[in-house]
Design a binder for this molecule. Structure first.
Ligand SMILES: Cc1cc2nc3c(=O)[nH]c(=O)nc-3n(C[C@H](O)[C@H](O)[C@H](O)COP(=O)(O)OP(=O)(O)OC[C@H]3O[C@@H](n4cnc5c(N)ncnc54)[C@H](O)[C@@H]3O)c2cc1C
Length: 493
């Protein structure tokens, strides 16, 4: 058992570099800094948080992408309390949902999961798929269960059990809007955990949807989820973590017992600042690149960048990459109830139109709300994005909103495809095994941990805990972790 003073000096002399400053990277940096390690966090852009982003729309703070998380995620809750946000947790009212089709917009039945109905005879189902679609969906209750609990392909599952109309008119608009994926590319277990088991137990898809009722509760942070990124940045400052923004890592390589991290900082003065307090070297060429050295590297960049950075060190199975989206926020009398989501089938590439409440104290009229419109593809000129968004909103609410009646804000975002894509979980497990074989390396983030913030936070804490133990306790920790791994795999077999 090492002496406590040995542990203190081991912690202080362990240099950790975290690459990527979204939630996974921020949490990883905090977990290392808490035990006294010497931590530097490098973020490619000028802002921490990535998709956890708030914008000010005429004095109201609005989350651009991440706006809620699964309720009851223990690690995330504990973190929110630690960083002073515990008292701002609020439940989210379950959204009402509607889909657009050739004959207008129709509500999805209450209790539908990913657009899949629990009861084929609900009048809302008939309005979307017609009598023919209803009878076909009802066959799900009469057909033999066979091995439905093992079907991971959402599109194939819904088509086999409830028919093409339910798959195309009810489920596809939802998966396009929420994940940016066609149903045939969606992994049932990743997006609706427990559905497979419920299918096997109840013997029908409708029965399984019924069994999942009440399991999707979500929470948010009053004032916006973006507060989490700010609170984590404050916590890092308290723990004296060096945080470098506009500091993209271009190369990462093992160098003996250490890591060599190359940053491309075009401005020479900024490059000198980056090096300050570290044992960095300037490369001396005209791009003012800076080289940092570290004992431990945590890669928290998202899948495409992680694959590229680690390509010289390890062969990683490819993980899915998200698609680019434009997001338009409109504030005014948008005729859309807060919490209502419409998945349009119309033109302009709109896949989601949703209403967001304006806090009562900020409302300029009783009917004022915010519409958040997600458009597939990215790079539209602001005027085109606004025009596409207004068309989508008009289709969703059934009346045109004049451009002058709203204030607008346009943003770039990405789809959540990487989290729900078929086969992603297996590939993520392979990536995890491969990265664990490299000393002093951890890979964290949504692409590997699964979708929600709760999963990302719990995974980052666990993974950093593993690498921290190894750095501080050496071989003893390896023996304990290996024993834990084999006990866990024994329990699962
Ligand atoms: C549209 C959308 C909506 C979402 N909505 C929700 C929601 O409502 N609830 C929820 O719980 N989750 C949601 N998520 C998932 C959530 O965004 C993630 O779980 C969370 O943001 C954690 O992301 P991450 O830490 O893996 O990092 P990422 O978001 O992948 O960010 C990686 C960071 O690394 C930086 N980086 C990349 N390359 C380099 C480099 N070479 N050098 C330095 N830095 C680099 C990037 O600039 C970025 O800041 C949503 C995701 C998307 C895309």
């Amino acid at each position: 058992m090492p002496d406590p003073s040995d542990l203190i000096s081991r912690a202080q002399s362990t240099r950790v570099v975290v690459i990527g400053g979204s939630v996974a990277g921020l949490v990883a940096a905090l977990e290392c800094a808490k035990v006294g390690m010497d931590v530097t966090l490098l973020e490619a852009t000028g802002r921490l948080g990535d998709e956890v982003e708030g914008v000010d729309l005429d004095g109201v703070s609005v989350d651009v992408a991440v706006d809620s998380f699964a309720a009851g995620a223990t690690a995330l809750r504990a973190l929110l309390h630690d960083v002073g946000l515990g008292s701002r947790l609020r439940p989210v009212v379950e959204p009402s949902r509607a889909v657009g089709g050739a004959d207008g917009v129709h509500p999805l039945p209450a209790g539908a999961v990913l657009g899949i109905p629990a009861n084929a005879w609900d009048p809302a189902v008939r309005r979307i798929v017609g009598w023919r679609g209803v009878w076909r969906a009802y066959l799900d209750r009469l057909r033999p269960p066979l091995t439905i609990g093992h079907q991971r392909n959402l599109g194939a599952l819904v088509r086999t059990r409830m028919g093409e109309r339910v798959a195309e008119r009810m489920v596809a608009p939802v998966t396009r809007g929420v994940l940016g994926l066609e149903p045939d590319r969606v992994d049932v277990e990743a997006v609706a955990p427990g559905l497979g088991t419920a299918l096997t137990r109840t013997g029908s898809l409708a029965g399984a949807i019924d069994a999942l009722q009440g399991q999707g509760a979500r929470e948010t942070i009053e004032g916006g989820v973006a507060a989490l990124a700010d609170a984590l940045a404050d916590a890092l400052a308290t723990h004296a973590v060096r945080v470098l923004r506009d500091a993209p890592v271009t190369e990462l390589a093992r160098d003996g017992d250490h890591w060599r991290i190359l940053l491309d900082i075009p401005d020479e003065a900024a490059s000198r600042d980056a090096a300050e307090g570290t044992d960095a070297e300037q490369t001396g060429n005209d791009t003012a690149a800076t080289v940092l050295r570290a004992d431990v590297v945590v890669v928290a960049t998202g899948a495409p960048d992680a694959g590229r950075l680690l390509s010289g060190t390890i062969d990683l199975p490819a993980l899915a990459s998200p698609a680019a989206h434009d997001v338009v926020l409109l504030r005014g009398d948008v005729a859309l109830a807060p919490g209502h989501q419409v998945f349009p089938g119309g033109s302009g590439g709109a896949v989601l139109v949703e209403g967001i409440a304006v806090p009562e104290a900020e409302r300029r009229s009783a009917a004022e709300a915010i519409a958040r419109i997600v458009l597939t593809g990215s790079g539209r000129a602001a005027a085109d994005a606004l025009s596409d968004a207004l068309h989508a909103l008009a289709d969703a609410v059934g009346s045109a909103i004049p451009p002058g009646a709203v204030s607008a804000s346009v943003h770039r975002s990405v789809s959540r495809a990487a989290e729900g894509e078929l086969d992603q979980r297996r590939r993520a497990d392979d990536v995890r095994v491969a990265t664990r074989s490299v000393p002093g390396l951890a890979l964290v983030g949504a692409a590997i941990a699964g979708g929600d913030l709760g999963d990302v936070v719990a995974d980052a804490i666990a993974e950093v805990g593993r690498i921290r133990r190894r750095a501080l306790w050496g071989d003893e920790a390896v023996a304990v972790d290996d024993a834990g791994d084999s006990a866990a795999s024994g329990a699962g077999s």
